[in-house]
Write a protein that binds this ligand. Structure first.
Ligand code: ATP
Ligand code: MN
Length: 457
């Protein structure tokens, strides 16, 4: 039986493991050959730290091992755990048998000890999970995914799966990838689905169908946007979490979004301590303190109108001017969260003209019940709204947005039969991972990033 290195290095009581026969498997991070014995640092991905293996020359295949083992080689070690005389670790594994699965030629293996740039590592996405940073990102991403399910399941939300291929270009028009089996395009009635189809930009409209039947649901799915934005915050393929709640208004939506973000941050603080300490040390100084602050203090609430006032009075020159009725740019969002509030802020009640048709109209006739959650470092991490549940208003909005009533027949019927106030939001998983790890570029928090000109691996 193979033991995970994490269960050795993070054991509550390491003393109790002394003398225990143990087998670990993993990859060599470093090898220090001291002639009569060798230290082998082994990592199996379960935890950031390496297990120190001591191999001495009495092993029958010792000479051969010293030939085969180098950074990157894979192996299995069986032996006994002993107290380590070194001060870096409580335990080490005294090897009695070592099997090499595969060597890695030091003259060719790209991941030697020196630090590599994240740009270079993207070109070797098949090997970069073996680096400390990618290992830590992957573990935190996994924990945040699990925390997401925990949070919504504990609140009684149903996890639903909405389609990735969609026939309604309900949302982003130009931002959609087309799905076709036609070699040259042309007559889409002859295409696979008999009509134009796309990769989804959001599961929201379908999630609304389920919320209007089962009350509280959430999706957790790949999402595709062909926006040609070469930024450190956008991907062409990303993962979105979209809860949708029936019998809920904007206030309920804000409460859910804030609780969810805090839950995820707290979960990472409690379960990914070693990785967060690594990020705090090498990626963003003060990360853990920032996260503690996020998890323990209430978010700021501001209306869009107040935010515009604040931005216009800001002692700062922005690249894009701010005027009531224009969409906020990332520089504005970051100023509000990072400098003005110094913590996450929920902006509400945006002008109707810059938001989607489905957002519920406010009594002032000018704004809609929209909310964006803005956080330091990232800007927008969540976008959501209360949905328009009144049939006549929704019909008006469709006309105003020059959308075809017929394309939305089922969306309208949800309002015709047993309509309910409902609300929801979308959070991009990769933006959450950026926020929690302090990483700078979204391309480094997804295993195989897709962005303009790049769909490798
Ligand atoms: P932005 O203004 O930052 O481009 P958006 O307003 O287009 O985002 P929404 O349609 O509100 O985004 O999507 C909900 C959430 O999905 C966003 O708050 C963000 O966390 C995430 N998201 C949106 N677009 C992308 C993208 N291209 N890559 C990664 N995450 C994204
Ligand atoms: Mn948005």
């Amino acid at each position: 039986m193979r033991t995970k290195i994490k269960s050795i290095l993070q054991a509550k009581n390491p003393q109790s493991l002394v003398g225990k026969p143990t087998t670990v498997c993993g990859w060599v991070r470093t090898l220090r050959d001291q002639k009569s014995f060798a230290f082998i640092e082994v990592n199996d991905g379960s935890t950031l730290a390496n297990l120190q293996v001591v191999a001495d020359a009495s092993l029958p295949n010792y000479a051969e091992l010293m030939q085969q083992l180098a950074t990157g080689a894979s192996l299995s070690v069986t032996g006994h755990l002993v107290e380590s005389p070194g001060k870096n670790q409580a335990l080490e594994l005294k090897a009695e048998q070592i099997t090499v699965y595969g060597s890695a030629d030091p003259a060719r293996y790209p991941l030697q000890k020196k630090r590599h740039s994240f740009e270079f590592l993207r070109t070797i996405a098949h090997l970069r999970p073996r680096t400390n940073t990618q290992g830590a990102v992957t573990r935190v991403r996994s924990a945040l995914s699990y925390a997401t399910h925990l949070f919504f399941q504990q609140r009684g939300f149903l996890y639903i799966q909405t389609p990735l291929i969609t026939g309604s270009d309900c949302e982003g028009g130009g931002e959609m990838f087309r799905v076709t089996t036609l070699e040259k395009g042309g007559d889409y009635s002859k295409d696979f689905f008999g009509k134009p189809t796309y990769l989804t930009v959001s599961g929201q409209l379908e999630a609304e169908i389920y919320a209007c039947a089962l009350s509280d649901v959430y999706t957790f799915s790949p999402t595709f946007r062909a926006e040609n934005s070469n930024t450190s915050r956008h991907l062409a393929e990303f993962w979105m979490i979209e809860p949708e709640m029936a019998f809920a208004d904007l206030k309920d939506n804000m409460e859910c979004a804030e609780s969810y973000l805090k839950f995820c941050v707290r979960y990472a603080l409690d379960h990914c301590r070693e990785d967060l300490e690594f990020f705090d040390k090498f990626i963003e100084n003060g990360l853990i303190q920032r996260l503690e602050h996020v998890a323990s203090t209430p978010f700021v609430h501001l209306t869009y109108t107040d935010a515009v006032d604040i931005l216009r009075k800001a002692p700062k020159k922005f690249e894009f001017p701010v005027d009531w009725g224009t969409d906020l740019q990332s520089e504005h969002e970051r100023y509000l969260a990072e400098e003005y509030c110094k913590k996450p802020v929920i902006l509400t009640d945006y002008p109707a003209q810059i938001k989607a048709f489905y957002m519920r109209g406010n009594p002032d006739g000018k704004t809609v019940a929209a909310m964006d959650v803005l956080v330091p470092k990232i800007g927008e991490i969540i976008g959501g709204s209360q949905r328009e549940e009144r049939l006549d208003r929704l019909e008006h909005k469709l006309a105003e947005h020059k959308l075809n009533r017929e394309d939305y027949w089922w969306y309208l019927e949800l309002r015709e039969y047993g309509t309910v106030p409902h609300a929801g939001f979308g959070l991009g998983l990769e933006r959450l991972v950026l926020f929690v790890t302090g990483m700078e570029n979204i391309r480094d928090v997804i295993a195989f990033p897709r962005y303009p000109g790049h769909a490798d691996f």
